[in-house]
Design a protein around this ligand. Structure first.
Ligand code: CA
Length: 740
């Protein structure tokens, strides 16, 4: 029931249904502190009323906020103090009706029990219109399984606004914010999505990691007329599409894309505008800009700098289309205008991208004018993949190597540039005024997005990290792990460690031997030494690890992920580590992972691996051919592998999906001796790669080892294997997937 510990400033409004009072005579505020009182207040609310959620935790709170406000007299639902009401556990919010406003709530420490955290509808019959969600936080509100899909916010209805919200850390499958056009009264909706802070979203490792999607291919012939402006997209790395626009008539204006891996993609639908946006990649891998498909799109006045992405993830991509394309493939580009954009140190611009037997329709009736392209190293950054006779180039200016790629339409100029007060680069020579982005472009400040009362992630370095010193005395290492804070370094004094309990890693931790001293020797008595659980990141330095004390059973590992799926990504680094004697039984791996787990990066440097019955890195458990895989980047350098029964690594990514950048694999300056001959090594390979997007294997020595085997699948994979020496080892076997 209601608790009437009401501050004087809150007028008491009668609740006719539940409390026997009369209908409210004065519009006012109703403070509620439990779900039942909330429901009663919603039922009783009239235009102009405010329902105040008491500060504190609202656990398993499935709220429906349905009502009919009036223009200028909305019904408001707000936290008692901004950020004070925290929805945890299995909570969600549905809005339905008209002229509703929600503000000040935080969703944290839980996940939605349905497919949506905040929905602008109660069900398919009752939608929200003219309603607003503002100043709301959703922070890592994720289910335990990364493959379990949900959307954090879904806009239905018309004329809704989603602004000044803070959305950070969506780690599972599903779009962060979706606009649906699935019913007639959700089309031509005029929604406004503005001043939101879309914070870091880690790499998902499959399709379905978009931060914003407007429409779906099925309804893409309809206009959405949604405005997306003044938002920040920071490290939104979920997949190749940061924004997937799949409808017509949308406007993307004055947004900032900061170090985000992916692009704003005009995937389906016509007549969209992308204007005055700022893309800053800072050289981060796979940072991209704008990808253009379909007709009557306008890309004007944007500023793009320091973007490294290529192919569909380039700074600017104009695609080839499919003749008579089905709605879910690629409509040809036609009647597109690309003008007054500035591209500074953008590594790749792709024209007629994706040209192949299916995507054979080249761009037509398209103009590319008054753009400014400057590359500090004077590289030819345009990739031209088909006939671009249908693109008219006029009045552009570019550094000489770019200009030389075209017969006309570009002036060659070294382009001296200086940073203006808005932080962007402009040519110093007034002759080029009118080319590229406008000097009047206002870059949306980060502080103007999200909310002031909930801290944005600190993206800087963590600074000096505390060191905890332990000795080989029984239990000391285990106790240090339990007590460590995230980011701590646990330094092992020299000695023989015997670890009797599994070390569970649920936070970033580094284990290292002390510099300049004899390396600690670690044995373990369980089936694994380390188990990575959600939140864990592990780095090992200058240690000797020996598997001889592990139980005599198959399938041990030095490091394993928990046996169920994890939504949090982990990472692993081994530096100057020696791992040996993993041979008490078969299938003893260095790293073994569970389905539904994902590593951002696995790095092995200057390390030694000897006498191992299984694999060093077993990353091949996603066998459903759905485009899923287990690690984004695997990088091995300067290491030695001797007497390894399994492959040094096996990486598997199956299926035809093209939504991911990874996996990427690099192996360099390492030696392999008697690797891959184990009876249980199915592929009889020293390295087994399937569906890896970028492979670089160079300057390695292979002796008496099984061959490297690479199966190439989708996405124009790049496989570079060179300058390796092969002694009593077969040539690398590299080829496309054989389809039957
Ligand atoms: Ca996608």
């Amino acid at each position: 029931m209601l608790k009437w510990n009401t501050p004087a400033r809150i007028a008491i409004v009668a609740l006719a249904m539940t409390c026997g009072y009369a209908t409210p005579v004065v519009a006012g505020e109703m403070r509620v502190s439990d779900a039942e009182a909330f429901r009663a207040a919603v039922d009783a609310a009239s235009p102009g009323d405010t329902i105040v959620l008491a500060d504190g935790e609202w656990h398993d709170f499935e709220s429906v906020f349905q009502g009919e406000g009036e223009p200028g007299r909305p019904i408001t639902l707000r936290a008692e103090t901004p950020g004070g009401a925290v929805l945890t556990g299995q909570s969600r919010l549905r809005l339905a009706g008209r002229h509703l406003v929600v503000s000040g709530l935080v969703f944290r420490d839980g996940h939605t029990p349905s497919g949506e955290v905040i929905a602008f509808r109660r069900n398919s019959e009752h939608l929200a219109h003219h309603s607003r969600v503002t100043g709301v936080v959703i922070d890592r509100f994720n289910p335990p399984e990364r493959a379990e899909s949900d959307h954090w916010v879904v806009l239905y209805g018309r004329n809704n606004r989603f602004d000044h919200n803070h959305l950070v850390g969506k780690n599972n499958a599903g779009v962060t914010l979706a606009v649906r056009l699935n019913t007639e009264d959700s089309r031509e909706n005029g929604h406004r999505i503005d001043h939101n802070y879309f914070g870091p979203r880690p790499i998902l490792g499959s399709n379905g990691g978009e931060t914003l999607r407007i429409g779906t291919s099925h309804y893409s012939m309809f206009d959405s007329l949604t405005v997306v402006e003044n938002n920040w997209f920071e490290r939104c790395d979920g997949e190749v599409e940061i924004i997937s626009s799949k409808s017509g008539g949308n406007l993307f204006r004055n947004n900032v894309f900061h170090e985000s891996r992916g692009t704003l993609t005009l995937r389906h639908g016509n007549g969209n505008r992308v204007e005055d946006n700022v893309f800053l990649g800072n050289g981060v891998p796979n940072t991209g800009g704008i990808r253009v498909i379909n007709q009557r799109q306008v890309v004007r006045g944007n500023y793009l700098e320091g973007l490294t992405g290529y192919r569909f993830g380039a700074g600017l991509t104009i695609m080839n289309g499919v003749p008579d394309s089905p709605v879910n493939r690629y409509m040809p580009v036609a009647d597109v205008v690309v003008e007054n954009n500035t591209l500074v140190d953008v590594d790749h611009v792709e024209l007629a991208a994706g040209s192949d037997a299916e995507r054979s329709a080249v761009p037509t009736d398209t103009v590319f004018r008054d753009n400014l392209v400057r590359d500090a190293d004077d590289r030819a950054v345009f990739g031209i993949h088909d006939d671009i006779g249908g693109i008219g180039f006029e009045g552009n200016v570019a550094t000489p190597a770019v200009a030389a790629q075209f017969g006309g339409g570009f002036e060659a100029e070294s382009l001296v540039m200086a940073r203006a007060e808005n932080g962007l680069l402009y040519p110093s020579d007034p002759r080029w005024r009118g080319k590229g982005a406008s000097p009047d472009l206002v870059v949306t400040p980060r502080d103007a997005t999200g909310v002031g009362w909930y801290a944005k992630p600190d993206l800087g370095d963590a600074g000096t990290r505390p060191v905890r010193r332990v000795t080989a005395a029984e239990g000391e290492l285990f106790d240090a792990v339990v007590a460590a804070a995230p980011g701590d370094i646990i330094e092992l004094a020299p000695g023989a460690y015997r670890v009797q309990k599994l070390l569970r890693i649920d936070r970033p931790l580094t284990f290292r031997g002390a510099a300049g001293q004899e390396r600690p020797r670690v044995r373990f008595e369980r089936t694994a030494l380390f188990e990575l659980v959600p939140g864990g990141r592990l780095e090992l330095q200058s240690l000797d690890i020996d598997g001889a004390a592990a139980p005599d059973r198959a399938g041990n590992a030095v490091i394993r992920t928990q046996r169920s799926a994890m939504t949090d990504n982990y990472s692993l680094a081994l530096r100057d580590v020696r791992i040996a004697n993993l041979d008490v039984n078969h299938g003893f791996d260095v790293l073994a992972v569970a389905k539904g787990t994902f590593a951002d990066a696995i790095v092995i440097e200057n390390s030694v691996f000897e006498t191992i019955s299984g694999a060093v890195l077993a990353l091949d458990v996603e066998r459903d051919d759905l485009g899923l895989y287990n690690a984004e980047v695997i990088d091995i350098t300067g290491s030695r592998f001797t007497d390894i029964g399994g492959p040094v690594m096996t990486v598997y990514r199956g299926g035809r999906d093209e939504s991911t950048f990874g996996p990427r694999v690099m192996v360099a300056a390492s030696t392999f001796e008697n690797v891959g001959h184990g009876a249980r090594n199915r592929d009889h390979a020293s390295i087994t790669l399937h569906g890896v997007q970028r492979v670089t294997i160079h300057d390695n020595g292979f002796t008496a080892s099984a061959p490297v085997r690479v199966v190439e699948t989708v996405g124009e994979p790049v496989t570079r294997v060179f300058d390796n020496t092969l002694d009593d080892t077969g040539e690398p076997v590299i080829g496309p997937l054989e389809t039957s």
